[in-house]
Design a protein around this ligand. Sequence first.
Ligand SMILES: [Mg+2]
Length: 124
Amino acid sequence: MDKPKILAIDDEDNYTEIFEEYFSLRGYDIRVETDPRKAIGFIGNERFDVILVDLKMGGVSGQDILKKVRDTDDRTKVIIITAYILSGKSKQELYDLGAYSINSKPINSLEELENTVNKAYSGN
Ligand SMILES: [Mg+2]
């Protein structure tokens, strides 16, 4: 099965390191970015199949990233990752903007996250 090209954005580098190690060891093409302002600059120029993005980041939020993706490429799936408990309204807002799923931090299972990434990529 061909594997999605992933971008992971989180302002905490312990998360980007975990994602980079886990997914690259399993043969995924993954790019990580801890500066969301940089990420918002290259999204649209470089294609990713799936973007994992932290919601709360300084300067540019996960929601801003989601909007940028929607404005530039409607095939890319965006998975939001957040340590915060979101209200139903906030979740609905993210889904209305096109989020594929909203996952909580800390990550309980990287295997589960990998499954979500693959489901997003295969269009389920
Ligand atoms: Mg954060």
